[in-house]
Design a protein. Structure first.
Length: 734
């Protein structure tokens, strides 16, 4: 292992003394990395009193209830006598999370949200260059400043800050530099003959394992510097630790032959471990407490609560913010897309694994969404209403008085809801939702223009005012596959089973126009890779409906640039689109960081893969393209991506509610969950019950069953109920 300090080959042994609890992350990691227990005391006074002359003393903040499972750490305060003893003995002190400091002004604690650690000096050498970024996640810190000359306690010298806290944009580097407002995070006190030499951390850095600070190698460099500062002439092995939340397999470790089956089982088990399936025995958190939380984000379901059977739906998942104890808060929403996609997951996995209880859960979820939930009831069950047949976005009306959740219609979310229902019906071989699915297909079609495009979002009030015919007869064009493509996939599927020509005509026209507009006129939402990945499924199914050289060429023309950024690990990296048509772009300033939805990268070349918006849908699209064309090009790309997704599935003994999931972001060079956290709602570490978790697991089921979604649903009997629905909803299109 590499040695710390300029005298790496020297025999000098470090003299280190710790003041902390035995379970402190730093103390545990140092002891395990060096193979010895270092002197440790429960109080700073004991540590300083017993430390040999010239030693380095680390006074670390601990959780008040002890160990690594307590609450947030509390500030540490030392008295003047202790400082004097340390000065007389020539000790060097590393003090973190101070309640006070001699000669400095320590302000009240602050809660950080968007601030990140930024390297502000050259002290770390080549390992951490100036302006490099590190994440502490959610934490508290003490703002420290030098008193002014007129304060009565003028400062001597200046603070030498090596890390500062600031709200900055960037992936690895603060690309716009440091803003005016920064706070010292890791700094040296000005030289003063009346006190010992001191290195101070304004936040509890020593909880870096429990609190899941990232990226790992950057924090290794931080601790390398701290110990070099404490004992300049001594050597210490580089610190090694295992993150509490990590990928299931290493970047280069061999995969077991049944890796996909294992990933499938873990992916399904996640729904139970995470307690996202709502059970009637739960306390009424959803209807009472959750409505008071910002964006309904709050404590996750207790591990003591029963796992539901699908009859009350499923929670959306986990927020991206990581708490001091390493946990993540739950998103207390029931969304139509997540419910339907989870129904598809359970039905397909139950079939693939021969587990009837899973299929029962899938059936319950489908029944809940389509027959009992307000997402499908009310106006959506009234034939005379223009929203008849649609599915609401979520089931929380008038949230904070500003959003009627089930009166909002996003075409892409409704499309994935329909695809989830198709998968569930195919997996269960049931016709029980055919009529409701037929109504949803027609309701969506009649909101599509003559060119096959829907508005990005339709709200209940304007829909009531305009009526559906104003959409049906419009000439709208909107070149974003993220919002349009999966509706076209649904229409092609519907044409296959009903023969209703407007499904084919509007889908094919929209696809033709979208391909012709690529890439200069595409309105990209987050990245061009998101848009390309969403286009693959309708293009593959268009080949199923009309297998022509032109349609195959369209498919290839979109997949090739998508795969141009697939690296050797199988990960597909993100790519920002041209500057002319971004719907959601990277932050253009430090001030914009965290204020809107945003991509995972700041500039092209950042090695992040997006498992929420890109890789999950790319896996589905490539799977269907390989089945539709028989072309090994698509199959091999799918295989590479599937192996990558098996590798990066979350493994965690400390947080079973995350074990088996897939976070949104993964950096395939670091082999770590890392990206720009600029997205205001669905950040790098979010975990969705639908979207990523569902479609990755569904495709693993399809691969295990050696079938495709198109083939699985071949026996659908929706055509038997379609004509009656069509006469009721689109009589003029007969």
């Amino acid at each position: 292992m590499a040695l710390i300090g300029p005298n790496a080959g020297a025999d000098a042994a470090p003299k280190l003394v710790f003041s902390c609890r035995a379970g402190n992350d730093l103390y545990r990691v140092v002891s395990e990395s060096t193979g010895r227990l270092w002197p440790r005391y429960d109080s700073p006074r004991e540590a300083v009193r017993t430390a040999p002359s010239g030693a380095g003393v680390l006074v670390l903040a601990d959780e008040p209830s002890g160990g690594n499972k307590g609450g947030p750490a509390e500030p540490v305060t030392l008295d003047a006598a202790l400082y004097e003893t340390a000065r007389q003995k020539g000790l060097r002190l590393f003090l973190e999370f101070p309640g006070s400091l001699p000669g400095l002004r320590v302000e009240p604690l602050r809660e950080a949200r968007w601030e990140r650690a930024v390297v502000a000096s050259d002290a770390f050498g080549q390992g951490l260059a100036r302006l490099r970024l590190l994440a502490l996640h959610a934490y508290r810190y003490v703002p420290v400043t030098l008193p002014t000359a007129g304060s009565g306690h003028p400062a001597k010298g200046t603070l030498r800050a090596h890390l500062v806290l600031a709200r900055v944009a960037g992936y690895d580097t603060a690309v716009f530099g440091l803003p005016k407002e920064t706070f010292p995070l890791l700094f040296e006190l000005p030289a003063d003959p009346d006190r010992p030499e001191m290195l101070v951390a304004a936040a509890p850095l020593s909880s870096f394992v429990t609190s899941r600070y990232a990226p790992t190698e950057a924090w290794r460099e931080v601790w390398r510097f701290v110990f070099r500062w404490l004992q300049p002439e001594a050597s210490l092995p580089a610190l090694q630790w295992t993150p509490t939340v990590r990928p299931t397999y290493g970047k280069d470790s061999p995969l077991p032959r049944d890796a996909e089956l294992r990933a499938l089982r873990k992916g399904i088990a996640w729904y139970s471990k995470a307690r996202v399936l709502i059970d009637p025995s739960w306390p009424d958190v959803y209807g009472t407490q959750a409505k008071e939380w910002t964006d309904r984000i709050g404590p996750p379901p207790s591990r003591r609560w029963r796992v539901g059977d699908g009859s009350l739906g499923v929670l959306e998942g986990f927020d991206s913010v990581i708490a001091a104890d390493g946990s993540q808060r739950a998103r207390w929403w029931r969304r139509a897309d997540c419910i339907a996609e989870t129904a598809g997951v359970m039905a397909l996995a139950g079939r693939a694994l021969h587990r009837v209880p899973l299929q029962r859960v899938g059936g319950n979820l489908g029944d809940y969404l389509l027959t009992r939930s307000i997402l499908s009831q009310g106006e959506r069950a009234a034939p005379s209403h223009p929203s008849y047949g649609l599915l609401g976005w979520n089931d929380v009306p008038h949230y904070f008085g500003e959003m009627d959740g089930f009166g909002v219609y996003y075409g892409d979310d409704i499309a994935r809801s329909m695809l989830g229902v198709m998968a569930a019906a195919g997996g269960l071989n049931t016709p029980q939702w055919d009529e409701r699915l037929a109504r949803c297909l027609l309701a969506s079609l009649r909101l599509s223009s003559v060119n096959g495009f829907q508005p990005t979002r339709i709200d209940e009030a304007p829909l009531e005012a305009r009526g559906w015919r104003s959409y049906w007869g419009s000439d709208l064009v909107q070149y974003s596959p993220h919002y349009q493509a999966y509706l076209w996939a649904c229409y092609l599927w519907a044409y296959r089973h009903t023969g209703f020509r407007p499904f084919l005509d509007r889908a094919e026209k929209g696809i033709r126009m979208m391909v012709a507009a690529y890439p200069d006129r595409w309105e990209w939402n987050g990245s061009m890779q998101i848009e390309r990945a969403k286009m693959v499924l309708p293009l593959a199914w268009l080949v199923r409906v009309r297998d022509t050289p032109e349609h195959r060429a369209w498919l290839r023309s979109i997949v090739e640039p998508l795969l141009a950024r697939q690296d050797a690990t199988g990960s597909i990296h993100e790519e920002l689109g041209p500057p002319g048509h971004p719907m959601t772009a990277a932050p253009a300033s430090n001030e914009a960081y965290g204020t809107a939805e945003a991509p995972l990268i700041q500039t092209n070349g950042d090695p992040a893969g997006d498992l929420l918006y890109t890789q999950n849908f790319a896996l589905l699209g490539l799977h269907e393209a390989a089945a539709a064309t028989g072309d090994a090009y698509y199959r091999q790309a799918e295989d590479r991506l599937a192996r990558f997704l098996c590798r990066v599935q979350v493994r965690s003994e400390a947080h079973p509610e995350l074990d088996g999931g897939w976070f949104r972001a993964f950096d395939s060079r670091r082999w770590e969950y890392w990206a720009s956290g600029a997205d205001s709602g669905w950040g790098a570490w979010c975990l969705e019950s639908g979207w990523s978790q569902s479609w990755i697991t569904m495709v693993l089921s399809l691969r295990h069953l050696k079938t495709s979604l198109w083939a699985l649903t071949e026996g659908s009997r929706i055509g038997s109920v379609f004509d009656a629905c069509r006469r009721q909803m689109l009589p003029e299109a007969g």
